[in-house]
Design a protein around this ligand. Structure first.
Ligand code: SAM
Length: 220
């Protein structure tokens, strides 16, 4: 996992940030606080957050879904980009990081746009499906435990409307996907997921090498 775009030499990455990152003060303080945590590598990179905000605006998304919130950085980027009537349904199993996310969302003025579900993502997605949410979302972001990516993706394919966008994070997995020396369950899961998606005719795809790799899948 990486908090910066992999494969870029340090000075070029710094240049990219210095010359393109537009990060509101509230997002800067969220990122600064998160950086003090031992698990800070989990946080979405700022250039990816800005890219996802661009995707939300380009697609005109109103209803968005996020699986894997952590301290709330990507959710805040998405919520800030949604129109005033827009809503983000966000799911995470960890109550402690969810509380941090909520505190920052309040400071950023986006808490009212975000419906946070604290619980296991598969169960929460099944609850949304049972509550009649198929085709409800315009945009989804998958960024939780890697071994469950296939299940999250299948559920998102029903929850996201035709023409809607599903973004899947960490698909390059710090380069481990292409390194045979790595054979742990998460690496194997991402390899298998990428392979299956390559020939999945239900979606148009593009694997964007930003941050730790972000695949865009547009439901046909
Ligand atoms: C990589 S972090 C998400 C980063 C976040 N998108 C951001 O912008 O910083 C992954 C998150 O997935 C959550 N998670 C892992 N397994 C989960 C599960 N089975 N159900 C719900 N959340 C889960 C973890 O608690 C963690 O907060």
């Amino acid at each position: 996992m990486s908090r910066k775009t992999i494969g870029l030499p340090g000075p070029l990455y710094r240049y990219l940030l210095d010359n393109s990152l537009r990060e509101p003060e509230g997002l800067q303080s969220l990122r600064a606080e998160t950086a003090t945590r031992p698990d800070a590598r989990m946080q979405t990179a700022p250039e990816q957050g800005q890219f996802m905000a661009m995707l939300v605006r380009l697609t005109g998304a109103v209803n968005a879904l996020e699986i894997g919130v952590y301290t709330g950085y990507s959710a805040a980027c998405v919520a800030l980009a949604l129109p005033p009537e827009g809503r983000l349904t966000a799911i995470d199993a960890d109550p402690e990081t969810s509380a941090t996310a909520l505190r920052h969302w309040r400071e950023l003025g986006v808490a009212d746009k975000i419906d946070l579900h604290v619980g296991d993502a598969t169960a929460e997605l099944d609850r949304l499906l049972a509550a009649g949410a198929p085709d409800r979302f315009d945009f989804a972001f998958i960024d939780a435990d890697k071994v469950n990516y296939p299940g999250y993706f299948e559920r998102c394919l029903t929850l996201v409307r035709p023409g809607g966008l599903i973004c899947i994070d960490n698909v390059l997995w710090s380069g481990r996907v292409a390194d045979p020396a790595h054979d742990d369950p998460s690496t194997r899961a991402i390899r298998a997921f990428n392979k299956a998606l390559h020939t999945d005719e239900r979606v148009d795809i593009s694997l964007v090498p930003i941050a730790d790799g972000l695949t865009l899948a547009r439901r046909k």
